[in-house]
Design a protein around this ligand. Structure first.
Ligand code: PA5
Length: 441
């Protein structure tokens, strides 16, 4: 089943059918390279078959871990950065109440660490953990990333002083490499429950491994439905070479056509604030995969209608650098009507009888037409609702399209050599052993 529809109504004046036909052989060749595993970065293609090949024993074990820990905690601290936390956060924040942090719940509330070095953040986190029961997932594929290592050292010390060393080691789950890295060694020495991130799955493609599955299940969401959505989308992405019928190929084709025409910025737009972290996950996926060798679309994101009152002016009339990709959700999970008011002092009685969703959709359509009229190509990705199944489809769709798009662009979508530059400078500045005498650059 495919719940995701690519709608090009507001794109036609910018991308013609002829242009799609012309680029199709390149996109199909990129897809073949991805599936044949004979392109750049082919050591990191484990995610392609992951939804179908994931060992059911891993899913069962994740659920068992949740059943063991959830009853005794209020907070689950996910320590990780980049691909080691963004996917889980994207799914959890898409599904949970905006006010989950202050609402009673039968499930633990997931909070995050290791994605920042802010001293105030950790001070505030420790104050929260002092007053509440918690457990931790520490996630790092390399097991050596500084930010999560620092966070883990701080949180581990707190956990051990709060619960004692033996109980603390039962409240920590490590998710890391099977053999290497400091986190692997700590986990083995301290006998933490442990999950492995497969060698051939890079961080930003790892949400459907325990990296994403454990926090998502801990927050109370259905990981079977998430995986089913991904499996169904995989069938379609892998199965069809028809660029117009395969949404991932269609999306990859459109973005490469627009890029070649000078549209160097893609704005992922939503009309639901709950999708903010889906955009953050998407930005990492596309930014790290394509931004290299002096090439790549700059991924940016906007949440409307909020950002129409901040960035709307630029999008409408500023430099024509960008195109927009709208994620349009047909139905909300709940209903709110505008109450009637005879006096109508606010002048909005014309909205009576409409749901907020209808109003939001009219804002969305009005925005698409206005931006198209202002010279911004607008692509719409339409989904019926936001639930685990649809999120699984969206995740796999974006991953597959990213691989195809990166190969069409001519880069290795599965490495991130540029991330090392800041790390090297930081290590020189902090005096890390081994970096003595090296120059900042
Ligand atoms: O996609 C990637 O590989 C990176 O963004 C990593 O996810 C990020 O740098 C964190 O790395 P690690 O999981 O090794 O701590």
């Amino acid at each position: 089943m495919n719940d995701l529809r690519i709608d090009t109504e507001h794109l036609r004046q910018f991308v013609s059918d002829d242009e799609i036909r012309q680029i199709s052989p390149e996109v199909v060749a990129a897809k073949r390279t991805l599936l044949a595993g004979d392109g750049k970065g082919n050591d990191f293609l484990g995610w392609v078959n992951l939804p179908d090949e994931l060992d059911p024993a891993i899913v069962a074990s994740v659920k068992k871990e949740v059943a063991r820990l959830a009853p005794k905690i209020r907070f689950f601290v996910v320590i990780g950065i980049g691909g080691s936390y963004l996917g889980a956060r994207a799914v959890i924040e898409a599904l949970q109440s905006e006010f989950a942090a202050v609402l009673p719940s039968q499930h633990p509330y997931v909070i995050y660490a290791g994605h920042t070095l802010s001293e105030d953040y950790y001070h505030q986190l420790l104050a929260l953990l002092d007053a509440n029961d918690y457990a931790v997932a520490v996630i790092s594929k390399s097991g050596t990333t500084t930010e999560p290592a620092v966070a883990f050292r701080i949180v581990k010390a707190h956990l051990e002083s709060k619960y004692g060393k033996a109980e603390a080691s039962q409240r920590i789950v490590a998710i890391t490499d099977a053999r290497r890295g400091a986190l692997h060694d700590i986990a083995v020495q301290e006998h933490y429950p442990m999950y492995v991130i497969p060698d051939n799955v890079g961080g930003r493609f790892s949400v459907l491994t325990p990296v994403g599955l454990l926090p998502i299940a801990m927050a109370g969401y259905n990981i079977d439905a998430l995986l089913q959505g991904a499996r169904d989308m995989r069938q379609l992405c892998v199965g069809s070479d028809d660029v117009l019928a395969n949404p991932a190929l269609h999306y990859a084709a459109i973005r490469n056509i627009l890029y070649r025409k000078g549209r160097k910025v893609e704005m992922l737009v939503n009309f639901l604030p709950s999708l903010k972290f889906l955009s953050e996950w998407w930005k990492q996926l596309y930014g790290e995969s394509e931004g290299k060798e002096g090439k790549g679309i700059l991924p940016h994101s906007l949440s409307f209608t909020t950002d129409l009152h901040s960035m709307g002016q630029y999008v409408q009339q500023g430099e024509r650098l960008m195109f927009e990709t709208f994620i349009s959700v047909d139905k909300p999970s709940s209903k709110v009507e505008i109450p009637s008011d005879e006096q109508n002092l606010d002048g909005i009685n014309y909205l009576l009888g409409k749901t907020l969703n209808e109003i939001n959709h009219n804002a969305e359509l009005g925005t698409m037409i206005a931006h198209r009229g202002g010279g911004v190509p607008v692509l719409k990705i339409q989904v019926p609702r936001v639930d685990e199944y649809v999120l699984g489809q969206l995740i796999y769709f974006f991953e597959f399209a990213c691989g195809v798009s990166g190969y069409t662009l001519g880069v290795n979508p599965f490495d991130q050599p540029g991330v090392e530059a800041y790390k090297k400078n930081m290590f020189i500045l902090l005096g890390k052993p081994g970096y003595e005498g090296q120059q900042l650059a």
